[in-house]
Design a protein around this ligand. Structure first.
Ligand code: SAM
Ligand code: SF4
Length: 484
């Protein structure tokens, strides 16, 4: 058990975040958990694991070894949803061995008890708004009852567990806001994750301090719309919260995602300019470059309003990288409207984008829209868009050649003789170090950029005397080892 656990107990903080082997237990109750989808889901899973461990369960690496098999699911696009049902069908055979199956997350909330019809051997169905009831649900499950947690989408409460399994050794995640009240015409999230609810700023700050105590120096604040954050105690705006988290002693990098353009204020750019530990990166999904399509999507901003926010970011003193999400083939999207997305990409000059073909989703208003775009045309538009981003990405990355950037070391690729890390702008950097130098993952080193690709940079370590370089004692991270 780590020294930091004792430190937490002594300070009687509301949350204990350490997940150690000892806490993972040696009991007979075992579980296997597979996660699909976004970073929010991955972090929810860290909390679900912590909750199960607290209930005396032990996590195992395979379905074969588990008594309880859990899937934390995603239904944002049809493909993601299908994966879960394929998995359940594959594992049907294990039912005879007495294993229990549970479906958590967005597919659970969306399909509800219909899952029992499709996969009768499932005994737990629980949406993310009900996770805080998991301890009681597990007790019921153990008595052989079928359990559902589907009625909590109107809750004001967040899932704040005392135990969170930190599985990313380099970056600690903190959910600051759950749910979504925006109701974009294409999106299931408001139906699956429930209404928007924020945690108090003091609770978030406590968690940030604890992560630093554990050895984390990079933190990412999470929310479907992280910048829609409203402190229930009324103490801090989102920008003030960013400043407060980034000012915690020992913090090196703070990221936040995803920002919704409608709620993106100039104060966010000002705080990035003012606080060096806030990373040089904003993820601001636009979805479409056409005001007509944005209106049909119910995105709550126009092309010009979006570009105004981009202008604020580009006017910052710091060189802030901008990334986005784009959807092609929304019902009724004309060729001209699609070209408006291409022209917006040129105007912004994104550092990178996530691109999606529109996928019709249950319960969403877009289902009723006519003029569906054929799949082949969506695929064509997607390919055009990806080609465009490749060109833009090359240009954007070329500007770094010759610069020395601080990189957090994430690992090594022995086959290529390169180390891998990320810049503050969230760019992947593959780099070499002088002969004989061994780096510590989680440390920070200066790297001179020698080349660029559409999605990554290459470089060489600039100085062996840089922070962390070559030193086993450097900013290294005890926490990672504790979590495994
Ligand atoms: N709240 C964030 C926002 O509004 O920008 C986005 C969160 S959503 C979970 C992540 C991305 O999935 C969206 O930005 C959108 O591009 C994509 N997405 C959501 N629903 C989709 C759908 N029905 N079809 C295709 N892509 C979708
Ligand atoms: Fe979905 Fe829109 Fe909410 Fe983002 S803002 S989660 S896209 S409904």
């Amino acid at each position: 058990m780590s020294g930091s656990v004792g430190a937490h107990a002594a300070r009687t903080l509301p949350l204990s975040l350490v997940y150690t082997e000892r806490m993972s237990g040696t009991g007979d109750k075992t579980f296997y958990l597979e996660t699909f989808g976004c970073q929010m889901n991955a972090h929810d899973s860290e909390k679900v694991v912590g909750t199960l461990v607290q209930q005396g369960y032990r996590q195992v690496p395979s379905v074969e070894e588990a008594g309880l098999v859990l899937y934390n699911t995603c239904s944002i696009r049809d493909k993601a949803e299908q994966k879960v049902f394929n998995r359940l069908a594959d594992y049907k055979k294990y039912r005879a061995q007495g294993k229990q199956f549970g479906v958590l997350g967005c597919v659970a909330q969306q399909e509800g008890e219909k899952i029992f019809e499709r996969a009768p051997y499932v005994s737990l169905v629980c949406g993310s708004a009900s996770y805080r009831n998991l301890p009681q649900m597990l007790v019921q499950l153990e008595t052989g009852q079928r359990v559902t947690g589907l009625d909590d989408r109107a809750t004001d409460k967040c899932f704040e567990t005392e135990y969170t399994a930190r599985t990313n050794p380099h970056r600690g995640y903190i959910t600051i806001i759950e749910g979504c009240d925006k109701f974009c015409a294409y999106c299931v999230v408001p139906y699956t994750r429930g209404k928007e609810r924020s945690r108090t700023s003091s609770s978030v700050l406590d968690e940030a301090r604890q992560l630093v105590d554990l050895g984390y120096t990079e933190i990412q604040l999470l929310g479907q719309n992280v910048n829609s954050y409203r402190d229930p105690d009324g103490k801090k705006s989102f920008a003030e919260m960013l400043a407060a988290v980034a000012s915690v002693a020992g913090m090196r990098r703070v990221r936040f995602t995803t920002s919704h353009p409608r709620d993106f204020g100039r104060d966010i750019v000002d705080v990035i300019d003012a606080v060096p530990t806030l990373c040089d990166h904003v993820h601001l999904p636009v979805q479409s470059g056409s005001t007509r399509v944005l209106d049909a999507m119910q995105r709550l901003y126009t092309r010009d309003e979006y570009l105004e926010r981009i202008a604020w970011i580009q006017a910052a003193r710091r060189d802030i990288s901008i990334t986005s999400d784009l959807i092609v083939g929304f019902p009724g999207e004309t060729e001209r409207e699609f070209e408006e997305t291409l022209s917006l990409m040129d105007l912004v000059g994104y550092d990178s984008v996530f691109t999606f073909k529109y996928s019709p989703r249950p319960n969403t208003p877009a289902l009723r829209l006519e003029d569906a775009i054929p799949d082949a045309e969506k695929a064509r538009r997607l390919a055009v868009l990806n080609d465009k981003q490749k060109q833009i990405g090359v240009e954007r990355n070329r500007r770094h050649v010759g610069q020395v950037l601080e990189v957090m070391v994430e690992g090594k690729n022995p086959a290529r003789g390169q180390w891998i890390g990320r810049t503050s702008q969230i760019k992947v950097m593959n780099f070499t170090v002088p002969a004989g130098v061994e780096l510590t993952t989680g440390s920070y080193v200066p790297v001179r950029v020698t080349g660029s690709f559409p999605n990554s940079l290459v470089g060489e370590m600039a100085s062996a005397s840089g922070d962390g370089g070559g030193s086993k004692e450097s900013a290294g991270r005890g926490a990672a080892a504790e979590l495994r």
